[in-house]
Design a protein around this ligand. Structure first.
Ligand SMILES: NC(=O)c1ccc[n+]([C@@H]2O[C@H](COP(=O)([O-])OP(=O)(O)OC[C@H]3O[C@@H](n4cnc5c(N)ncnc54)[C@H](O)[C@@H]3O)[C@@H](O)[C@H]2O)c1
Length: 324
C-alpha cells in the first residue's frame, strides 16, 4: 500500500500514522501545518518510508506532482478545519479546506483509476438527537458551518462514486479524545486548566451529551475499513460511551485531584444537544470493537498531558470553550 494521509500532523491523523506506519510500503503525510498541526505529534515516527510534505490539499498541481513522485494507491483524508466555534466566527476557511480540499482529492482519485480514498467525517453531520440513535441511513441535518462543510464533503464524495465510479468509503466518528489533541477541545482544555488551577468553562448547563471514542481505537477502525470496507459504503464509528459534559468534567477533576471550579458560560449558538450513533455496522460487517473504555482512555490521556509537558500547549491562547 502506498498511502497518502492528509492532515497527519493533527490529532487523529497523527494517531493513525503512528499506528499504521509499519503496515504500509510508503506513507506520505501532506499537511498545511495550520494552528492545529504539530510535527511533534510524529516525533517517534522515523521509518525511511515515511515522508512529510508541507502543503495545502487545495493545491491541485501539488497533488498531481506528489502522485507522479510517489504513485499512491490509497488516500486517507483527515485534513480539515475542525473546531465548531471557529466555524461560527469564520466559516470561509471551513468551506475552502473541507469542501474544496475534498474536491481536489476526489479529482486526484478520478484521474488515477484504481486508487481508493477514505474520507474521515463526523457524527455531527446527522445533527442532534434527543433519544435513540443515528445510523448510516439517518438523513443529514448539520447545525454548524463546520458540520455543514463536512456534510457537503460527504455528499460530494458519494456523488463522485456514483457519477464516476471511483472507489471511496466514508466514516463518521463520535468525539475522539486522547494524546496530542489541540487544547481548544473539551478534554484537553479541561485537563490543561485543571493542571493550571484555572476555572473550567462549561457551556450552558452542561447537560449536553457526547459519545467518546479513544483516538487509537478510531485509527484501528479506519485501518479495518481500508482493508475490508466496501466501496461506496458509509461506516459509523461509535465509542458507545455517552456522557453528559458536566459529568465528564467532574470526572476529570476527580481523576486529577484538582481544585479548579466549574464556571457555566453562555451557550454556543446552534449547540447540538446529543450525538449518538448505533455503530452496529462496524461490528457486524467489519468485526471492529473499541478496546478502550472511557475510564481507561481518560486515565491514559490525563497521564499523557501531565507527563508530556512539551505537548501541553498554552490553553489561554485558544478560545474559551470547547465542545465539538
Ligand atoms: N476530533 C474529533 O473528535 C473528530 C470526530 C469526528 C471526526 N473528526 C474529523 O477527523 C478529522 C481530523 O480531526 P482532528 O481532530 O485530528 O483535527 P485537527 O484539527 O487536530 O487536525 C487537522 C489537521 O489538518 C491540517 N490541515 C488543515 N487544513 C489543511 C489544508 N488545507 N491542507 C492540508 N492540511 C490541512 C492541520 O494542519 C492539522 O494537522 C477531521 O476531518 C475531522 O472533521 C474529528
Amino acid at each position: 500500500m502506498k498511502l497518502l494521509v492528509t492532515g497527519g500532523a493533527g490529532f487523529m491523523g497523527s494517531s493513525f500514522i503512528r499506528n499504521v506506519i509499519d503496515r504500509v510500503d510508503l506513507l506520505v503525510n501532506l499537511d498545511a501545518l495550520t494552528y492545529a498541526g504539530n510535527l511533534d505529534n510524529l516525533k517517534e515516527v522515523r521509518a525511511s518510508h515515511y515522508h512529510f510534505v508541507e502543503g495545502d490539499i487545495c493545491d491541485e498541481p501539488l497533488l498531481a506532482r506528489l502522485q507522479v513522485e510517489y504513485g499512491f494507491t490509497h488516500i486517507v483524508h483527515f485534513a480539515a478545519e475542525t473546531h465548531v466555534d471557529r466555524s461560527i466566527t469564520g466559516p470561509k476557511r471551513f468551506l475552502e479546506t473541507n469542501v474544496m480540499g475534498t474536491y481536489a482529492l476526489l479529482e486526484l482519485v478520478r484521474a488515477n483509476p484504481g486508487m481508493k480514498m477514505h474520507l474521515i467525517s463526523t457524527d455531527e453531520v446527522y445533527g442532534s438527537v434527543d433519544e435513540g440513535f443515528f445510523t448510516e441511513e439517518t438523513p443529514y441535518a448539520p447545525s454548524s458551518p463546520y458540520s455543514a462543510s463536512k456534510a457537503a464533503a460527504d455528499h460530494l464524495t458519494l456523488a463522485y462514486a456514483k457519477t464516476y465510479g471511483i472507489d471511496v468509503t466514508i466514516s463518521h466518528a463520535s468525539n475522539n479524545y486522547g494524546p496530542c489533541q489541540y487544547p481548544e477541545k473539551l478534554i484537553p482544555l479541561m485537563i490543561s486548566k485543571c493542571a493550571a488551577g484555572e476555572p473550567l468553562p462549561v457551556y450552558g448547563d452542561g447537560t449536553n451529551v457526547r459519545d467518546w471514542l479513544y483516538v487509537d481505537d478510531h485509527s484501528e477502525a479506519v485501518w479495518r475499513i481500508l482493508e475490508r470496507g466496501v466501496s461506496g459504503e458509509v461506516y459509523d464509528i461509535s465509542g458507545r460511551e455517552e456522557v453528559r459534559n458536566i459529568d465528564l468534567v467532574r470526572e476529570i477533576i476527580r481523576l486529577m485531584g484538582s481544585n479548579s471550579e466549574i464556571v457555566f458560560v453562555k451557550d454556543r449558538p446552534g449547540h447540538d444537544f446529543r450525538y449518538a450513533m448505533r455503530g452496529e455496522k462496524m461490528e457486524k460487517e467489519l468485526g471492529w470493537k473499541r478496546r478502550y473504555s472511557l475510564q481507561l482512555g481518560l486515565e491514559r490521556t490525563i497521564d499523557w498531558y501531565v507527563n508530556e509537558k512539551n505537548c501541553l500547549r498554552d490553553s489561554r491562547s485558544t478560545s474559551v470553550n470547547a465542545f465539538s
